[in-house]
Unconditional design. Structure first.
Length: 261
């Protein structure tokens, strides 16, 4: 039973708050969160990206951020990068040290991120949650009752089945689900119309139907660079950048947030 009493802090974060979550790891949740935040910022929104995956933080690495936040009068100034205001546990540890904490410490860190950081005026706060339905998700739901959610899955039936639990948790805690993002939906070779469904087909649609929502985007696999690495942040000329910009437009439409441009 979840007994910790945490007060709502949604009044401290202005604008629309969206948690990007998943049932299991390895589905690209953090990549979706980061690129959605970047795409919203490119469309003129004021966006914060908060890495709440305390044990498995990855946002600093994804965004290639090496600087650390500064403090003023006991408050933290988030790191500015790529037009975003960013906060992560990765900024607070030395190199790549593991976090070895029990549950209550996780709630305290969430409060620290929400209460002790100078966020300023925002249109969107994107939260990168850890996978599953553990302590961080429980605390987030209690502290941010107005938070909306996007559920990330791959097309694979097992991944969608596990992601259903995260969606069910959102429904039971009365948090609005904006929709499902199906990541790694297919691979399409350059200059070809043929799509290869490497991880199965239909998992995102089935999950959305089960949760009573819609598929916001079906994102293809990106072609690796010449050095064999697959990028995490997608350039303006890439196909995935176009998909993420469309996703950001859809999110803005669903949340009725007008562009600042």
């Amino acid at each position: 039973m979840h007994e910790r009493k945490l007060r709502s802090v949604d009044h401290l974060l202005k604008g629309t708050i969206i948690a990007v979550t998943s049932g299991k790891g390895g589905v690209g949740k953090s990549t979706v969160a980061a690129n959605l935040a970047l795409s919203l910022a490119e469309q003129g929104k004021r966006v914060a990206l908060i890495d709440l995956d305390i044990y498995g933080f990855s946002i600093p690495k994804l965004l290639n951020i090496t600087s650390r936040p500064k403090t003023i009068n006991g408050k933290i100034i988030p790191v500015g990068a790529h037009g975003l205001s960013v906060m992560s546990m990765g900024f607070l540890v030395k190199e790549n040290e593991p976090i070895v904490w029990r549950g209550p410490m996780l709630g305290k860190m969430l409060e620290h991120f929400f209460n002790d950081v100078i966020w300023g005026e925002l249109d969107y706060t994107i939260l990168d949650l850890p996978p599953g339905t553990g302590d961080v998700a429980l605390d987030m739901h209690q502290m941010l009752p107005q938070c909306k959610e996007i559920i990330v899955t791959t097309p694979h039936e097992a991944a969608a089945h596990v992601a259903e639990r995260a969606g069910t948790m959102a429904i039971k805690t009365k948090h609005e689900i904006l929709g499902v993002v199906e990541n790694m939906a297919y691979f399409q070779p350059p200059e070809s119309e043929k799509k290869y469904y490497l991880f199965g087909k239909g998992g995102g649609q089935k999950l959305a139907h089960t949760l009573g929502t819609e598929v916001l985007a079906s994102l293809p696999l990106e072609i690796p660079n010449e050095d064999g690495e697959t990028p995490s942040i997608y350039k303006e000329s890439s196909t995935l950048n176009t998909h993420y910009m469309t996703l950001a437009e859809k999110v803005a439409e669903l949340t009725n947030t007008a562009s600042l441009l």
